[in-house]
Design a binder for this molecule. Structure first.
Ligand SMILES: Cc1ncc(COP(=O)(O)O)c(C=O)c1O
Length: 380
């Protein structure tokens, strides 16, 4: 494979489409068993080829902006399978989502509810919404991607929701179609999903007792992947998470929705980059300077995220410890420190693995870098 990849200008994303299909198959087959609905969190990767494959598996889409809703619709997804969350939706984004007839707008503040109500009224419509409740759960993940603790900017505080239930019921142009929660990303301690179920059960029962009738329960995404040893777990453990939800969630036959991003697309993507230079710092640190940077993959610089990196062309028996740095003018533009690799030299190709989620979708043109290209296994 390294030989074939060597013909393309670096850096670029390489997508293993067979692995993507295997992952989707795993997710969809278990979800079907329980009657669960999966939305793909499109923010993880907007690549048109990836979207076309995902669409084949009948998933809905979870969006975080009007442009994401537009991207999903342009890619051929049915608006009736689209949910749209986000703490700060502009009026024009809300207007667009209502016009398109999406499945639900997941609402993150009481003020937003009122704005949706008045925009829907101006279109003569009643908009389905999901109330995004902040459940105050620690998802035991990197604090940069934790969204469900009490003081987080995401979701409506449950107390505030209860205090305003009568006002919500009085809004004529919204219909509370469901409740929504998303507690964070890269969740590897699966018992966290048990806590989530316990919270959801209590919320569903309480809201029912208070006379709020609603349908779906959307428990968000967050299932983590194995960044340390991707080869050991190329397909995330959907069966375990669905089985936990099935055993612990008691929502009286309501439809249960999920919004997976990372778990569906992270492992099928790698960032392929070429070594430009080697140098040694005054303190003796051996740097490998590659032609990718935080502009192609920002996760290490942004969150201190770890990606497994390999040299795919060196045949040297000699091992060295390296710090792998990118080309951007930022000191945090470091992919890994103290990484042992075979002797790595100018021209070698490195792969930065598990980069299919929040890689290309977060790419920027800082330093006026070109955006990276994509190469797909089924087109080689
Ligand atoms: C509301 C919502 N749903 C789903 C996701 C997808 O999360 P993940 O990629 O961890 O599955 C996110 C990620 O930010 C989100 O904000």
């Amino acid at each position: 494979m390294a030989g074939r990849l060597g013909q393309f200008e670096t850096p670029f994303y390489f997508y293993d489409i067979a692995l993507l299909r295997q992952t989707l198959e795993a997710a969809v087959s278990v979800a079907e068993k329980y009657g669960y609905v999966i939305h793909y969190a499109i923010k993880a990767n907007y690549d048109p080829h990836i979207l076309a494959v995902i669409k084949e598996y009948g998933l809905g889409v979870d969006c975080a902006s009007g442009n994401e809703v537009n991207c999903a619709i342009k890619a051929g997804f049915d608006p009736s399978g689209i949910v749209y969350a986000g703490v700060g939706k502009r009026d024009k984004e809300i207007r667009y989502a209502i016009e398109q007839g999406i499945f639900a707008i997941n609402v993150e503040s009481l003020q937003e509810l009122q704005v949706i109500d008045s925009i829907a009224a101006s279109q003569g419509k009643v908009q389905n919404i999901g109330l995004r409740v902040n459940p105050d759960i620690d998802p035991k993940t990197n604090k940069c991607i934790d969204t469900g603790q009490a003081d987080s900017k995401f979701g409506i505080s449950y107390e505030e929701l209860i205090d305003n239930l009568d006002n919500i019921k009085a809004l004529k142009n919204i219909h509370v179609a469901g409740i929504h929660l998303h507690i964070g990303s890269q969740i590897r301690e699966l018992h966290v999903f048990e806590y989530l179920c316990a919270k959801v059960n209590a919320i569903v029962e309480h809201l029912g007792n208070l006379g709020l009738e609603f349908g779906f329960v959307d428990v968000g995404g967050g299932l983590g992947i194995n960044y340390d040893f991707p080869e050991n777990e190329p397909v995330p453990n959907f069966a375990s998470v669905f089985s936990i939800i099935n055993s612990h969630l008691k929502v009286g036959g309501r439809p249960v929705h999920f919004e997976f991003g990372r778990a569906l697309v992270a492992q099928c993507g790698e960032l392929i980059t070429r070594v430009l230079f080697n140098k040694t710092t005054a303190s003796g640190r051996k740097l490998v300077i590659v032609d990718a940077s935080m502009t192609e993959l920002i996760r290490p610089a942004l969150y201190g995220a770890y990606h497994n990196i390999e040299n795919i062309t060196s045949v040297s028996e000699e091992k060295q410890r390296y710090t792998i740095v990118g080309t951007a003018c930022e000191s945090t533009d470091v992919f890994d420190e103290g990484l042992t690799l075979p002797k790595t030299e100018r021209g070698d190709l490195l792969t930065i693995k598990s980069a299919g989620a929040y890689g290309m979708s977060m790419a920027s043109r800082y330093n006026l870098h070109d955006l990276p290209a994509a190469v797909y296994s089924d087109e080689l």
